[in-house]
Design a protein around this ligand. Structure first.
Ligand SMILES: [Fe+2]
Ligand SMILES: [Fe+2]
Length: 198
């Protein structure tokens, strides 16, 4: 039996989370289950945390975080434009829950602007939060970056370590001050460990 505190919104978020996690488990997901366990899960966690701290719309932030890379998981060919495809899919998914269109638009803008490399202006606090949470996941899931460097890209020990360190440095520069406060201890620990190993 569901606890009494369960409401419609909580159930919707759980169902969206399940939908994305199940898609991550499929063999057709090029990025593997780690896309959920070492990325999207952390992005959602930090997006919610920042939203609470900064008084942003927690639900919009969490839904956008859960769906921001959904297109890449469904179809590797969508990766280059996954911000656009994921926003489109968010419309499809959230419409099925009869989520208000005004809120869906907020979620879509948040997803559409999550990639700094695309240079699409983030007009809302929720959009800035997702961009930071996306970068924060690199620190929390640093082992997935190591996996990427050594296993996927086949780099040698020092080259791979440097690659991870410079990726983290770029992620660090993308963070809003509140995100830096949350992740600083992790970054310092990783830097000290990896820098002393090369
Ligand atoms: Fe992305
Ligand atoms: Fe992401």
């Amino acid at each position: 039996m569901l606890p009494l505190c369960y409401d419609w919104h909580t159930l919707m978020i759980e169902e969206v989370a399940n939908l994305v996690e199940e898609a991550c488990k499929k063999e057709t997901n090029y990025f593997g289950y780690g896309a959920w366990s070492h990325h999207i899960y952390f992005v959602a966690k930090y997006a919610k945390m920042l939203a609470k701290e900064l008084g942003a719309d927690e639900e919009v932030c969490e839904l956008a975080a859960l769906l921001h890379d959904y297109a890449s998981v469904l179809n590797k060919d969508w990766y280059p434009q996954h911000h656009i495809h994921s926003a489109r899919l968010a419309q499809e998914v959230l419409s099925k829950f009869n989520y208000p269109q005004e809120k869906i638009e907020q979620v879509k803008h948040t997803i559409l602007t999550h990639r700094a490399s695309q240079g699409i202006k983030q007009d809302t606090l929720e959009a800035k939060i997702l961009a930071s949470a996306d970068a924060m996941a690199h620190f929390a899931g640093v082992n997935s970056l190591l996996y990427l460097a050594f296993v996927i890209h086949g780099k040698d020990i020092n080259e791979g370590t440097q690659w991870v360190l410079s990726k983290l440095e770029r992620s660090w520069k993308k963070l809003m001050p509140e995100a830096k406060d949350i992740i600083k201890d992790k970054y310092d620990a990783i830097k000290i460990t990896l820098e002393s190993a090369v």
